[in-house]
Design a protein around this ligand. Structure first.
Ligand SMILES: Nc1nc2c(c(=O)[nH]1)N[C@H]1C(S)=C(S)[C@@H](COP(=O)(O)OP(=O)(O)OC[C@H]3O[C@@H](n4cnc5c(N)ncnc54)[C@H](O)[C@@H]3O)O[C@H]1N2
Ligand code: MOO
Length: 463
């Protein structure tokens, strides 16, 4: 397996032309250098970049965003002492002797509901009907749930009880019973959500409960997507002879969103240099990063290569996804992915997904180990082109560990506690976009492997 750390670094020179093949690690390192400016705290353009990397978001819209600053409670939660139960607010001392067979009878002085306003203080020797969440009157220090009384006038429509109303309390209560103290959840100035929190509904609830309507979140990277090729038409439109539907724009836009970034634009442009130049410049002017697909191999109509002067085009020792480019257009970083739809998708996973997730504050997509199953492996092993890292389409078997799924009969050594089994699925051609839909991982076959066999342990990258 090639090393994934201690990656090689060399100066990036944005020169046009085809250079010799580089390793996946080298290309990834160069892409990461180019895109370091997108990652908060890593960019080399100073404070401006940092300032631009955060923005305010309506708290109600901040689901899935990453908090850029600590959220501290502006006040206590609960905001005020309130009742945990529907019942009667009392002084605990008044009901200390209450028993089922010798209830304490208290006059009911009124009612407190969960409504705006402050209740009157509770006079000694009396009770007040109280509802869950209603402020507990000064003087009261316990709540008796209605079930522990004769209910008195509890269920009567008596917002203004008659002076003769009483309640018979059958259970003694201690001070503090069923009273939710102010600040018992969080105190004023306490940390509620630390910076870096990936905001989920329960985080947003905490912010809202604190009265916070706006949150400072990391700004999402805006990615412009340009599909090139005169043969392309939009999915949903009629495709005539020689035309195909544009799968890459959809795949890349979805992948960008799934990685915590936003799609600034998606455009399709044919193999016309002027149109491509104009489209690409427009994309660069309205985004933090441009991704193109197609137009980068050795054909007669490679507009991306023709138009982008400050981009290094070079083959990377991988399959699929060999022809790659990286550089800038009008100062905006550009990555050029090959047009074959599987190649485009693999390029995103291998070179860009990690950067975008880091920029968004998301955890890395989990790479794990798996044991190759016999399905899809011919007798004698699946040949792999030596010198090129391969990313095969694979599917991890349900049920996880190899134990139980694999045995000598299956051709996979049985090893309890070992990684799950992954089967090679579908054809591996870089145009087989429907076959790719059957996969859920990419099987990472090292560059120095010349064949893959059932029982081999490999890294798998989730799709
Ligand atoms: N003589 C050589 N030919 C090719 C080489 C090579 O080294 N020498 N490399 C091959 C490899 S590997 C790849 S990958 C492709 C890359 O080609 P391009 O990036 O120039 O892409 P196109 O030629 O525009 O398209 C390739 C293929 O993909 C289809 N395509 C393009 N865009 C889309 C899209 N948005 N949605 C769906 N399908 C798309 C296109 O119709 C072609 O079939 O070059 C090989 N050739
Ligand atoms: O390298 Mo191309 O990207 O396989 O088909």
């Amino acid at each position: 397996m090639p090393p994934t750390s201690g990656r090689a670094r060399r100066p990036v020179g944005y020169v046009r032309g085809v250079s010799s093949r580089v390793s996946v690690e080298q290309h990834r390192a160069d892409v990461e250098d180019l895109l370091a400016v997108l990652i908060p705290g890593q960019g080399r353009t100073g404070g401006g970049a940092v300032r631009r990397s955060v923005e305010r978001s309506d708290a109600g819209e901040a689901l899935g965003r990453v908090l850029a600053d600590d959220v501290v409670a502006p006040g206590p939660l609960p905001r005020f002492r309130n009742s945990q139960m529907d019942g009667f607010a009392v002084r605990a001392a008044d009901v200390a002797g209450a028993r089922a067979d010798a209830p304490v009878v208290l006059p009911v002085a009124g009612e407190v509901a969960a409504r705006p306003g402050r209740p009157e203080p509770l006079a000694p020797g009396s009770a007040v009907r109280i509802m869950t969440g209603a402020p507990v009157p000064d003087g009261a220090d316990a709540v008796v749930p209605v079930e522990h009384t004769d209910a008195g006038t509890f269920n009567r429509d008596a917002t203004r009880p008659a002076p003769s109303d009483t309640v018979r309390v059958r259970v003694p209560r201690a001070a503090g019973d069923f009273v939710r103290e102010a600040g018992s959840d969080v105190g004023a100035g306490d940390l509620v959500l630390p910076a870096g929190t990936l905001l989920a509904p329960h985080h947003l609830a905490a912010a809202a409960a604190c009265g916070i309507g706006e949150l400072l979140v990391r700004r999402r990277v805006r990615v412009a997507i340009v599909s090139t090729g005169s043969e392309l038409v939009a999915p949903g439109e009629a495709a005539g002879p020689g035309q195909i539907w544009d799968a890459n724009a959809v795949a890349l836009a979805a992948a960008v969103r799934a990685s915590g970034a936003v799609v600034a634009s998606t455009e399709r442009v044919g193999d016309d240099e002027d149109a491509a130049r104009e489209t690409l410049r427009r994309a660069a002017s309205s985004s933090d990063l441009v991704i193109t697909s197609g137009g980068v191999s050795q054909g007669a109509h490679e507009v991306v290569k023709d138009v982008l002067a400050d981009v290094v085009f070079r083959p990377v020792a991988m399959q699929p996804g060999g022809p790659q480019g990286f550089g800038r257009l009008d100062g905006t970083p550009v990555l050029t992915f090959p047009g074959n739809p599987v190649s485009t998708q693999v390029s995103f996973v291998v070179f860009l997904r990690g950067v975008l997730r880091r920029a968004a504050g998301l955890p890395p997509a989990e790479e794990r180990r798996a044991v190759v199953g016999p399905d899809g492996i011919p007798d004698g092993g699946l040949a792999s082109p030596g010198g090129k890292r391969q990313f095969l389409r694979g599917r991890v078997r349900d049920g996880g560990p190899a134990a139980g799924l694999a045995g000598p009969r299956d051709g996979v050594p049985s090893r309890s506690g070992t990684p799950p089994v992954v089967d090679v699925v579908g054809g591996q051609g870089s145009h087989l976009v429907a076959s790719m839909a059957a996969a859920d991982v990419l099987i990472d076959v090292p560059a120095d492997a010349i064949e893959l066999n059932a029982g081999d342990e490999v890294a798998v990258l989730p799709l």
